[in-house]
Design a protein around this ligand. Structure first.
Ligand SMILES: NC(=O)c1ccc[n+]([C@@H]2O[C@H](COP(=O)([O-])OP(=O)(O)OC[C@H]3O[C@@H](n4cnc5c(N)ncnc54)[C@H](OP(=O)(O)O)[C@@H]3O)[C@@H](O)[C@H]2O)c1
Length: 298
């Protein structure tokens, strides 16, 4: 009896083809979605998104309602020296995924980035979805190609996120916590402005998009509120009760210390008005950080 009813529940569940299911975002998303959807997750070991026929065949096998792409080449500095590979994974592969979505009449949810913008607007201005992207890094350029290709799915949501951290991956918060263990002072850039975003908040946004299915298009999807990397670090240390001093430096000073580092937008502030207009209200970045640290520091 139990088996029959659980099969019935499964029959009514929408199918999700989750690509990048072992990444920082994908891992958490898989765990959450499995409660309400029938999820088939793939990783680089089981599906290379650059392999078009494999992507199309997998979609045909799963027959998903949603295809969610969390896979990407995410090392921003490495993208500068391996732009061909970055373009293949972040850009061209989205043509394969979009075609798979079309083939199955599925809705594509693709994760993009604030780095599609140059970030050279004055700090009192905020980027909206309809503003023209003009990336200054290889990562941003390749992710923009990915957005252009994702749109070919027809039924698509492109969620631009930023400054992402989560329990299941390497990220800025973990790096700062680690550095504080053997440094009395850390120098952190204080002239790049954006929204730190927890994977938990981004998962909540994705789940709400899946429930509500608002108008297709691009949605800026970060935690609410803005800060700088330096002030973010100060908050991490305040909440974690760490005494390490945080010294504010400029992007130019950082570049002198790490010449191989990629240029990053100074203004990465994304408006959430469109997201809010469809009834999705992301948590404030400070509240999300507090929640994350409760788990991370357990
Ligand atoms: N992290 C951030 O700060 C940030 C900011 C803005 C936007 N985003 C976007 O958010 C999304 C999720 O980021 P994340 O930090 O969760 O990424 P992540 O942890 O780096 O996960 C990405 C996954 O994609 C896999 N992958 C790489 N090449 C692939 C290929 N050819 N075929 C299949 N899988 C492949 C990676 O495998 P390997 O690990 O084996 O390479 C990894 O498991 C990405 O679209 C990213 O661009 C991230």
């Amino acid at each position: 009896m139990l088996d029959i009813s659980s099969n019935k529940i499964k029959d009514n569940m929408k199918k999700v083809f989750l690509i990048g299911a072992d990444g920082m975002l994908g891992g958490e998303l898989k765990e959450r979605l499995e409660k309400n959807y029938e999820v088939v997750g793939t990783t680089i070991e089981t599906l290379d998104i650059c392999d078009k026929s494999a992507v199309l065949a997998k979609a045909k096998e799963i027959k998903p309602y949603f295809i969610i792409n969390c896979a990407a080449f995410t090392n921003v500095d490495a993208c500068e020296v391996k732009e061909d590979l970055a373009l293949a994974v972040n850009g061209t592969a989205l043509e394969n995924i979009a075609e798979a979505a079309k083939q199955e009449n599925a809705t594509l949810i693709h994760i993009s980035t604030d780095y599609v913008f140059a970030g050279n607007k004055p700090i009192n201005e905020i980027y909206t979805e309809d503003m023209e992207p003009n990336p200054v890094s290889a990562y941003g350029r390749t992710k923009l190609v990915g957005e252009q290709n994702a749109k070919k799915a027809g039924k698509y949501y492109i969620l631009r996120t930023a400054w992402l951290y989560g329990l299941g991956g390497k990220n800025f918060v973990k790096t700062m916590l680690k550095l504080s263990e053997n440094h009395d002072e850390i120098s952190v850039v204080d002239d790049q402005h954006g929204s730190p975003t927890s994977t938990t908040t981004l998962c909540e946004i994705i789940e709400k998009i899946m429930e509500k299915e608002p108008e297709y298009g691009i949605y800026h999807s970060t935690n609410e509120g803005f800060t700088t990397w330096c002030k973010f670090t100060k908050k991490i240390f305040e909440y974690a009760n760490i005494k390490t001093n945080v010294k504010a430096i400029t992007s130019e000073e950082y570049k002198e210390m790490y010449p191989a580092s990629s240029d990053r937008p100074k203004n990465s502030q994304l408006s959430k008005d469109k997201l809010k207009s469809v009834g999705i209200i992301p948590a404030n970045w400070e509240d999300a950080l507090k929640e994350y640290l409760k788990e991370e520091l357990k």
